[in-house]
Design a protein around this ligand. Sequence first.
Ligand code: ADP
Ligand code: MG
Length: 255
Amino acid sequence: MEVILEVKNLSKKFGGFEALKGVNLSVKKGTIHALIGPNGAGKTTLLNIINGLESPTEGEIFFEGKKINHLSVEKRAQLGLGRTFQLLEIFGDLTVLENIKVALFAKSSWGLLKSFFLGKSFNPFERELEKEAFSLLQIVGLSHKALELAKNLPAGEQKLLEICRALALKPKLLLLDEPAAGLNTRETKELGLILTQIKKNLDVTILIVEHDMELVMRISDVITVLNFGEVLSEGTPLQIQKDSKVIKAYLGEEL
Ligand SMILES: Nc1ncnc2c1ncn2[C@@H]1O[C@H](COP(=O)(O)OP(=O)(O)O)[C@@H](O)[C@H]1O
Ligand SMILES: [Mg+2]
């Protein structure tokens, strides 16, 4: 299987503190790859370095075989590296549909010019956007809420909207940082199904940091376990559940 993301010998120091120590990670195209580990293990730091929010102290990052260390967050997004953040970043006072249209609009600079010239009254481009926005909303199961204000959605649906917005930017690899945080059991199940759908139907590879072990074990193809900034173990959900090193690292936390 083709590798979409390769992280080589990555280290990150915050002052004298080593948050990541020689991490190697290889994410295969078409998989859901989970990154787990106790609090403070370095998971968010690793995601931030992959998408360009922070720079590594040492090491290399390759996306589709191309070294991306020197590229900005925006440039990486253009190449197909998408992400959502722990904090919601949707526009509460826009409708669900408008939130997706804004993202689709932002993706298309061609559209920007075009809609300028076509004006508001007759705008086939906008109709195109709307169609595309609807089909994305369908994928995350939110099309029936298209006309509601985003701020009026329950937490679980806001999370889905946030993921939908990331999808509007057409990522090849989607980075998710604890998408199930704050969701109830039913919403978490739903999220798992939707992530599996996204992988299958949109051909998006997913690298997910997640605390909810039931979700991780249910949807992941591969799991990498970080502990104190180092890769402790890697394998399928079954292999990870049986790994005594992993169980030991999680003592005191629920697995
Ligand atoms: N900007 C920063 N400055 C100093 N220390 C940081 C910074 N960001 C993260 N850390 C430290 O690095 C370690 C890893 O953090 P983080 O990547 O957020 O862990 P995780 O997401 O696995 O819980 C933690 O000990 C955290 O306190
Ligand atoms: Mg974190």
